[in-house]
Design a protein. Structure first.
Length: 424
């Protein structure tokens, strides 16, 4: 979710600007069923609330000839979970934390290096959010587990679903190439997130961007972890992916796909998806229909995946991807989507899923087969405020006593949430 709004301008001139940043989010959630991800989770319905507030300053200043620019930001983030904690027990409902979220500096070359185009060299370092492609491998350090695991040592302060806390703790990033043509990113990223094993990563991308779309290669290696928290043996793993996304010159068409080959200590894994969509732009409410097939092998590590494009990007199924599983491993997923746009400020969406477990012996939860149907709306109330109400209907094949994760029984779960976000 996200309201597109300009930051509040404290100072502005031709040579620089200083902005006050403020972002607020609130989520209210209800789930008729619970899921046994934590040993402390009890069966039955759950009601909980999440919130975060991000606040600070950002700005830029001209730093040389040719529109060279130095930029940066310093933001704090306060997050919390209230009530009973979420439906899977990732949070207990008592999490409260305030920490620095963004603290980075960068420099853009402007037109000073003509061979690379405008801003053809962009160097930054510090604590910042990093995304590659549409988030299949990297979409920030956004896993926000609470107090229910490892005696609270992985607690990141709540707001598990809202994931306001996304920044990698330490980064150094070099971007070469402009907005079009051949370009590349070189990255060193260090996570301070225990739930991600405090992984340290080196990564590189090579992309070609034109009017037809983007084709890219990504290489990512986990060079170090904290052995206390590396519970999935992530240290030393290497992942290579090839991806493409575009419309081939047809504005109503969407084509997207990625294939990732992963070498882990226990053996080789892979994941891939293909997606196609079409927008009927001359039809009332501009309906857009899409289908995606994705497959993640038995021991695949989804790394730092997440939602980038929209709801359902890589958290597929509001119940399945957040609470019950599968969590983009040992599964194949069919996703069918329909969006309607009755006005510039309102869009309506339907997402239907079928989840099929690949191996019934690979993981602790042996059978996470199921179906889900999500109905949502995205409403931009004004320049600063947006809301997303959503209802999910989730039906697992098995309960926790028969290889699934849903507590008590395998009956249909009715899940509801409403999100509010303000940006200034």
């Amino acid at each position: 979710m996200g309201a597109e709004a300009e930051a509040y301008e404290l100072y502005s001139s031709e040579n620089g600007a200083l902005n006050a940043d403020a972002e607020l989010a609130l989520g209210i959630f209800h789930s008729r069923k619970s899921y046994g991800q934590s040993s402390t989770t009890k069966a039955g319905d759950k009601d909980w609330q999440e919130s975060y507030a991000k606040y600070g300053v950002s700005g830029w200043v001209e730093s040389g000839e040719g529109s060279q620019r130095t930029y940066g930001a310093l933001n704090w983030l306060s997050s919390a979970t209230f009530g009973q904690g979420d439906a899977a027990g990732w949070t207990a409902g008592t999490e409260r934390t305030t920490k620095i979220e963004d603290a980075y500096l960068g420099w853009k070359s402007g037109t000073s290096i003509s061979a690379l185009g405008k801003d053809g060299l962009d160097v930054s370092f510090g604590r910042q959010n990093i995304i590659v492609g549409d988030g299949f491998l990297l979409a920030g350090d956004a896993l926000n587990i609470g107090k229910s695991f490892l005696d609270g040592s992985v607690n990141r302060g709540g707001a598990y679903y809202l994931t306001g806390r996304k920044a990698f703790d330490e980064t150094a990033v070099i971007k070469v190439g402009g907005a079009e043509g051949l370009r590349s990113d070189l990255m060193w990223l260090k996570s301070d997130n225990p739930a991600q094993g405090k992984a340290e990563i080196v990564a590189g991308t090579l992309e070609h961007v034109n009017a037809l779309g983007t084709v890219g290669l990504t290489y990512l290696k986990v060079v170090d972890t904290d052995p206390v928290y590396d519970l999935i043996d992530r240290d030393g793993s290497r992942t290579v992916s090839i991806r493409g996304q575009g419309n081939l010159g047809h504005p109503n068409l969407l084509l997207s796909g990625e294939y990732a080959k992963q070498h882990r200590n226990a053996g080789d894994e892979n994941a891939w998806y293909l997606e196609s969509g079409w927008t009927f732009s001359d039809t009332l409410w501009r309906p857009a229909l899409s289908y995606r097939f994705s497959r993640f092998s038995e021991g695949y590590d989804p790394l730092f995946y997440g939602n980038v494009r929209a709801i359902g990007t890589w958290f597929q199924g509001e119940v399945a991807s957040n609470y019950s599983g599968p969590f983009s491993t040992n599964t194949r997923i069919h996703q069918l989507g329909l969006t309607l746009t009755p006005s510039n400020s309102v869009s309506l969406g339907i997402l239907a899923y079928r989840f099929e477990t690949l191996s019934k012996t690979a993981n602790a939860f042996a059978n996470l087969d199921g179906k889900e149907f999500d109905l949502y709306a995205m409403w931009q109330l004004n320049e600063h405020l947006s809301t997303i109400p959503l209802v999910g209907i989730y039906k697992p094949e098995k309960d926790i006593n028969n290889g699934g994760s849903q507590l008590n029984d395998s009956h249909t779960n009715i899940y509801a949430q409403i999100l509010l976000q303000a940006k200034f």
